[in-house]
Write a protein that binds this ligand. Structure first.
Ligand SMILES: [Zn+2]
Length: 148
């Protein structure tokens, strides 16, 4: 990290707690070329400090400052968080039952689901549709005594 700071001294600037890349940028993220490989500066710094970033994982900023590359402000975010974010923003419109098949439900919801499912009156499919739950899972839940 020290070597990095020295090498890119002219392109880095402390702004409060943030170490901001003032060099080449793309989409607000700092860009850097190391031995012919293009890096986003924050990802490069993260890798240098913490080791390789697992595939499909992104490096996020706790300071919400994209050109910042203070290793203390960088943390790993998973694809799941990303896709949940996308779901929340309405960018993913998959069939509910499939998308949420493994979604977690609170105990309250499960109790509610169990109370809604009445065999031969309200089907597991109807309950499943309402909660975005796989009908097989509704039946499975309702066949169990405990709420888990
Ligand atoms: Zn920062």
């Amino acid at each position: 990290m020290q070597a990095f700071l020295q090498k890119y001294e002219k392109l880095l600037e402390w702004q409060g707690e943030c170490l901001v890349w003032t060099g080449n940028r793309g989409r607000n993220y700092g860009r850097l070329k190391i031995r012919g490989v293009k890096w986003r500066v924050h990802r490069f710094v993260y890798t240098m400090v913490n080791g390789p970033i697992p595939p499909g994982i992104c490096v996020c900023h706790s300071c919400d400052n994209p050109p910042c590359c203070n290793p203390k402000h960088l943390f790993l975010g998973t694809n799941k968080e990303n896709s949940q974010d996308m779901v929340r923003k309405g960018r993913v419109n998959g069939p509910k039952g499939i998308r949420n098949r493994n979604a977690r439900f609170t105990d309250e919801q499960i109790v509610e689901i169990k109370s809604k499912y009445i065999p031969h009156v309200v089907t597991a499919e109807q309950v499943g549709l309402e909660y975005g739950m796989n009908p097989a899972y509704v039946r499975y839940l309702c066949s169990r005594r405990s709420s888990r």
